[in-house]
Design a binder for this molecule. Structure first.
Ligand code: E4P
Length: 217
């Protein structure tokens, strides 16, 4: 499973790139707002930091506007994935932009039928939002499993990009189901390394090592 990092915080991205944990980056208007930076400036910077896809979201709600904005953000790097919402206008824009050779990430997906439409429209990525479904007492991970089954039934090449990831468990569950990609905030990726038994075991080893009086160097 590829790891995308879901942030516009370039320091956090740089730290994870150093660890080899970044196969791409996703952003959305809320994350751009949180960064306090100009969208074009920050997306261009991120696109230079990684060879992987960098999703930049359009904010127009009509087809023409999405196409115009898509063309504009695509100029920010060779690895830009244009993000459009899962509406009829967004699906139409997806079809046009992918036919032109752009990568397209269809976002705000909350049902298997929506994911089926995005695949038919030629989306490069479909972004089902796990956490926002869980927030409504629904099961976001069931949606990932349903989409995996449907895409595999028909050999759709659209990549399942598990989004709205809120916990380390979401990451392993998405990987077990076979999501192609998961995009997670930096703190969630960091939490994946934590286990109390690792800390406890390390403490015990260090205590015993100190008692030997030896040194490796
Ligand atoms: C990524 O592409 C999405 O925009 C993001 O994962 C949404 O996450 P949230 O539901 O935590 O805002």
């Amino acid at each position: 499973m590829k790891f995308f990092v879901d942030t516009a915080d370039t320091d956090a991205i740089a730290e994870l790139i150093e660890l080899g944990m970044v196969d791409g980056v996703t952003t959305n208007p809320s994350l751009i707002h949180k960064s306090g930076r100009d969208i074009k400036e920050v997306i261009a910077q991120i696109a230079k930091m990684t060879d992987g896809p960098v999703s930049a979201e359009t904010v127009a709600t009509d087809y023409e506007g999405m196409i115009a904005e898509g063309h504009e953000v695509a100029k920010l790097g060779d690895n830009i994935a244009i993000k459009v919402p899962l509406t009829w206008a967004g699906l139409r824009a997806c079809k046009t932009l992918t036919s032109e050779g752009h990568m397209v990430n269809v976002t705000l997906c909350f049902s298997a039928n929506q994911a089926l439409l995005a695949a038919k429209a030629g989306a490069t990525f479909i972004s089902p939002f796990i956490g926002r479904l869980d927030d409504l007492n629904l099961d976001g991970m069931d949606l990932i499993a349903d989409i995996r089954e449907i895409y595999d039934n028909y050999g759709f090449e659209t990549q399942i990009l598990a989004a709205s990831i809120r916990s380390a468990n979401h990451m392993s569950d998405a990987a077990k189901i076979g999501a192609d990609v998961a995009t997670a905030p930096p703190d969630v990726i960091k939490k994946m390394a934590l286990h109390p038994l690792t800390d406890k075991g390390l403490d015990a080893f260090l205590k015993d090592w100190a008692a030997t009086g030896q040194s490796i160097l």
